[in-house]
Design a protein around this ligand. Structure first.
Ligand code: DCP
Ligand code: MG
Ligand code: MN
Length: 338
């Protein structure tokens, strides 16, 4: 589940932004992707707006803000609160659902199932519910996995991975991606892109999964392996890590990137997810296709826009070149927030 980056906003619309963000987080927890996107766009607009927006009309005149959000902005500006948010916070089943949805690996469906079975607390789940191993870990380390990781600590986890890998083979590269690469002060997890010049996925997999992971598990740095999603192709390893002498377990993703795909993977794993969506959309308007492996042209589509062919690879290696081919001015990672 996407969480917001804890950046402080001191602009004229700071209060409004804070409350809208809480509302977006609430919708995030209920799985309402469509709404959360509308909120994030409105928040981005308000962040860039130099003066305080106090009325519905003012809000409506701005880009990315529709009727309903405009009303909410007016309500916040005049009352410093939002009744809808107060209601959401007060609903007890919603609160339990929200808590359960933040268990790592438990989506809306699982959390709703637990609520329907009558469970009310995480302790009750641990005692009575039948849980997978990963769900047990998600509950036992609930606080850890739901805390933001300071930037300096993300760096330390990255350094541990890099050092261990360099002992195996100094040609490997480790790049911290995700919110860290976008310059965020804190991150929800650690996204480690791992690559090596002139190297394909088979060799990466062999070294990372058969050598690096066991080594780092033996030193006590990798503390849990968390099963990846069903569509996993062996290019990712999801788990948890813990620095020597510390207590907090952190979520870490090892992302195996063949050298030919580094540029596209850097774009994908830097995000944010909305920026990625807009880049993919742009590619499709130019009859191209962008994914985490590359930018492709001449992908044939049928009448229902369904893909008929993969198309020809235009660029995969070079991040800047992908922007160029798409005709988008280069954007530093820090500015890839929509
Ligand atoms: N990503 C995406 N679409 C998704 C999930 C992820 O495009 N549905 C991409 C963009 C993200 C990147 O992968 O920036 C890493 O995913 P994370 O979930 O780790 O998100 P972030 O690193 O951006 O934020 P956080 O600080 O919460 O980890
Ligand atoms: Mg991340
Ligand atoms: Mn991640």
């Amino acid at each position: 589940m996407q969480k917001h980056t804890a950046g402080t906003s001191n602009g004229p619309n700071a209060t409004t932004i804070t409350i809208l963000q809480q509302m977006a987080d609430y919708y995030g927890q209920t799985g309402d992707e469509w709404r959360i996107r509308a909120y994030r766009k409105a928040i981005a607009t308000l962040r860039n707006h130099p003066t305080k927006v106090s009325t519905r009309e003012e809000a409506l005149a701005l880009p990315q803000i529709g009727e309903r959000l405009a009303c909410k902005i007016e309500e916040i500006a005049t009352t410093n609160r939002l009744r809808r948010l107060d209601n959401a916070k007060a609903e007890p089943t919603d609160q339990i659902l929200q808590t359960f949805m933040q268990v790592y690996g438990a989506g809306l469906a699982k959390a709703s199932e637990w609520v329907a079975q009558g469970y009310k607390t995480l302790d009750e789940l641990l005692e009575k519910a039948s849980l997978s191993e990963n769900q047990k870990i998600g509950i036992t380390h609930y606080e850890d996995f739901n805390s933001r990781i300071p930037r300096a600590e993300v760096e330390q986890h990255g350094a541990v991975v890099r050092q261990a890998l360099h002992k195996i083979d100094p040609a490997f590269e480790v790049i911290a991606g995700g919110s860290y690469r976008r310059g965020a002060a804190t991150s929800g997890d650690i996204d480690c892109l791992i690559t090596r010049p002139d190297t394909g996925s088979a060799h990466l997999r062999a070294v990372i999964l058969e050598q690096l992971v066991p080594t780092l598990a033996a030193t006590g740095f990798l503390v849990a392996a968390l099963a990846a999603s069903g569509k996993d192709d062996g290019s990712k390893w999801h788990g948890a890590s813990c620095l020597l002498g510390r207590k907090s377990w952190r979520r870490i993703d090892l992302l195996l990137v063949p050298s030919d795909e580094l540029g596209a993977a850097l774009i994908y794993f830097t995000g944010n997810d909305i920026f990625n969506r807009s880049m993919r959309l742009l590619a499709s308007t130019k009859e191209m296709r962008l994914n985490q492996r590359g930018l492709y042209k001449e992908c044939l589509r049928g009448y229902g826009r369904e893909k008929l062919s993969e198309g020809t690879l235009v660029e995969g290696k070079d991040e800047k070149r992908i922007f160029e081919v798409l005709g988008v001015p280069w954007r530093v990672p820090e500015h890839r927030i929509c």
